[in-house]
Write a protein that binds this ligand. Structure first.
Ligand SMILES: [Zn+2]
Length: 255
C-alpha cells in the first residue's frame, strides 16, 4: 500500500514537472513571438523625430544646403523617403524654427516641395503660385525667410508640363488668372531659339519657357530685393533654380 502511494506521489510530481516545463516553454514562445512582433519590419525603424536646430543650421553653408536638398530628391526618386514622426516634429518646432531654405514652387499638386526634397516639418519655407514667378509679396516673404529667419538658400523650382506655362503660351484669359499668367510674358519673350509653333502644342517650346521662367524669376528676385542682393554678395545666401520632372521625380539644377 505504501509502495503504491509512493508511486502515485512520484507520478504526480512527474506530471507536475512536465506541466511546468510545458507552461514555461509556452511562455517563452509567447515572449519570443512578442519580441519578434516588436521587431517586425514596421517597428524596426522608429520614425525620425529629428528637427533642424539653430546650431545645425548655423553650421551649414549654402552649398551644403543645396547638397542636402539634392540628396533628399535622390531618396524621393528611389522611393526611400525618410520615415518621420510628424506630430513629434510639430511639437519640437512649436517654440522656434530654423529652416534651411526658401522654396518658390508652382501651385501644381504634383510638385510638393517637402516631399520631392524629402524634408520634414520646420525644414523649408515654401511659397507656391501658379507659374512659380515672384512678386513683391513673394520677395518680401523671401526676405523674411532669409534675413530674419536665417534660411541659407532660395530655390526657384519649375517643372515639366506646367499648366500655367501652357496657359501663358496660349494667352489664356479667365478672371484673375489672366493677370496671373501675364507674369510669364517676360519668360515667353526670352525664348527665341525653339523651332515651331509658339503655343502649348509645341512641347519643346513649353519646356524652354518653363526653364526661362526659372531664370527670369531668379533675376527678378535679385533685381527687386536689395536685402537679398546684399546677402548673396556676402555669400550668406545662394539662389538656385531647378526643373522638376513630373515623370521621374528628379530635380535638375539649372546652370
Ligand atoms: Zn506648374
Amino acid at each position: 500500500m505504501k509502495k503504491v502511494s509512493v508511486q502515485i506521489a512520484f507520478f504526480t510530481l512527474l506530471m507536475f514537472t512536465v506541466a511546468c516545463a510545458e507552461q514555461k516553454e509556452g511562455n517563452q514562445s509567447a515572449e519570443s513571438s512578442s519580441t519578434e512582433n516588436s521587431h517586425s519590419p514596421s517597428a524596426i525603424s522608429t520614425p525620425s523625430a529629428d528637427i533642424l536646430t539653430a546650431d545645425e543650421r548655423s553650421g551649414m553653408t549654402p552649398d551644403q544646403v543645396i547638397a542636402l536638398l539634392d540628396e533628399g530628391n535622390k531618396r524621393f526618386t528611389e522611393g526611400d523617403l525618410t520615415d518621420r514622426d510628424y506630430i513629434a516634429q510639430a511639437k519640437s518646432t512649436a517654440a522656434g524654427q530654423y529652416p534651411m531654405a526658401v522654396v518658390l514652387g508652382c501651385l501644381d499638386s504634383r510638385v510638393p516641395p517637402e516631399l520631392i526634397f524629402d524634408r520634414g516639418i520646420g525644414d523649408l519655407f515654401v511659397g507656391r503660385v501658379a507659374g512659380n514667378f515672384e512678386n513683391r509679396d513673394m520677395v518680401g516673404s523671401m526676405e523674411f525667410g532669409t534675413k530674419v529667419a536665417g534660411a541659407k538658400v532660395i530655390v526657384v523650382i519649375g517643372h515639366t508640363e506646367c499648366g500655367a506655362v501652357k496657359g501663358a503660351c496660349d494667352g489664356v484669359e479667365l478672371g484673375n488668372l489672366t493677370g496671373t499668367l501675364q507674369n510669364l510674358d517676360a519668360a515667353i519673350a526670352r525664348v527665341d531659339s525653339v523651332e515651331g509653333e509658339r503655343s502649348s502644342k509645341n512641347k519643346a517650346f513649353v519646356q524652354a519657357v518653363a526653364e526661362a521662367n526659372v531664370h527670369q524669376t531668379m533675376e527678378d528676385i535679385l533685381a527687386q530685393s536689395e536685402v537679398i542682393r546684399e546677402m548673396v554678395k556676402k555669400g550668406d545666401v545662394k539662389i538656385v533654380g531647378g526643373m522638376y520632372d513630373l515623370t521621374t521625380g528628379r530635380v535638375t539644377w539649372l546652370k
